[in-house]
Design a protein around this ligand. Structure first.
Ligand SMILES: Nc1ncnc2c1ncn2[C@@H]1O[C@H](COP(=O)(O)OP(=O)(O)OP(=O)(O)O)[C@@H](O)[C@H]1O
Length: 329
């Protein structure tokens, strides 16, 4: 469905600045119906790659092929037609603020020259699909973040695209709304077989809906494959860091989480003795055994009476000279 072949992108120097290599020799293949996640830190090149997929950005070298057509070579009308089959949703929604919900969703259909009666029918159907039929005449400013993104999704689906590109589509939303938007995207993928490509900096997003993932760092793909495989056998440090971050985030919802370095048997004994003293239990939520350095990192939560948990944490922090506390969430 989507093939990115040896794509590089260099943004030429502006003024006195230096040129920026945003993508270096990136290759990937996305199959029809995939929910493909691209994860990376800010500046890794995710947006540039996503913009290549709908022809908004042209590769400096290499090619992008969608449904057999080399999008990077298309011009004018051909490119416009190809783009109608590639929807996009954004972190900050990009809605037209002076238009109602209905008019926002109708917009791409008007641009595509669809007859008015057909537009009406299609918009009703789309609004029902995203659960906004009773907000059709509201303006975006009257909607919650989740509802705004639902408008964005309905609008992106207006021309029955084969691909939906999601640019940090849930990053501005709270966890509950994020879950409901991801669920909607997953349902649409199941019902229509649409291919989803989503960029994110959160592993939890990848875990909840993606089947494949590419991890990017400094313009390159450092790890790529099936989600299950990568989550179980992450090889690259960047991937591992994202996974660790997710564990910490998850733990934040459930209780206080500490990540400490354990380098001696006595550190374990110490930890257990503190837990016994304050009658808390240690729930390990993650960790890493570093065979080469003999330093093991563990992340854990303390469970018990809140006052006791706090005392135990204070005790561990006060012994930071013995166990190095890397992170306290
Ligand atoms: N139009 C442009 N002109 C010059 N440099 C650019 C342009 N667009 C992106 N870049 C640079 O390319 C690199 C990759 O940027 P990109 O926006 O693709 O990263 P990203 O992973 O999407 O980051 P973020 O999550 O912050 O959006 C960055 O160094 C960025 O400054």
């Amino acid at each position: 469905m989507i093939q990115v072949k040896k794509v590089s992108k260099v943004f030429p120097a502006q003024g006195k600045g230096e040129s920026v290599t945003a993508l270096k020799d990136v290759s990937l293949e996305i199959e029809r119906g995939d929910i493909f996640g691209i994860i990376g830190h800010s500046g890794a090149g995710k947006s540039t790659l996503l913009r290549m997929l709908n022809g908004l950005e042209k590769p400096t070298t290499g090619s992008v092929i969608i449904d057999g057509k080399e999008i990077s070579k298309l011009k004018d009308k051909e490119l416009r037609l190809a783009r109608q089959k590639i929807g996009m949703i954004f972190q900050h929604f990009h809605l037209l603020w002076s238009r109602t919900v209905r008019e926002n969703v109708a917009f791409p259909l008007e641009v595509a020259g669809v007859p008015k009666s057909e537009i009406q029918r299609k918009v009703d159907q789309l609004l029902e699909r995203v659960g906004l039929q009773d907000r059709a005449d509201a303006y975006p400013s009257q909607l919650s973040g989740g509802q705004k993104q639902r408008v964005g999704i309905a609008r992106a689906l207006a021309n029955d695209p084969d691909v939906l590109l999601c640019d940090e589509a849930t990053s501005a939303l709270d966890p509950e709304t994020t879950a409901s938007i991801l669920q909607l995207l997953q349902e649409i993928n199941r019902e229509t077989g649409i291919t989803l490509v989503l960029i994110t900096h959160e592993m939890s997003v990848v875990r909840s809906i993606c089947n494949k993932i590419a991890v990017m760092e400094a313009g390159e793909i450092v790890e790529i494959g099936e989600v299950e495989e990568i989550f179980n056998h992450a090889k690259h440090p960047v991937t591992r860091k994202f996974l660790q971050q997710e564990i910490n985030e998850e733990a934040k919802d459930l209780g206080k989480c500490l990540t400490v370095t354990i380098s001696k048997q006595s550190d374990w004994n110490n930890l257990i003795s503190i837990a016994q003293t304050y009658q808390v239990s240690i729930q390990i939520v993650g960790g890493e055994i570093q065979a080469t350095t003999d330093k093991h990192t563990i992340s854990f939560r303390l469970l018990g009476e809140p006052a006791n948990v706090n005392k135990a944490i204070d005790e561990i922090l006060s012994q930071a000279n013995k166990m190095e506390v890397i992170e306290r969430v």
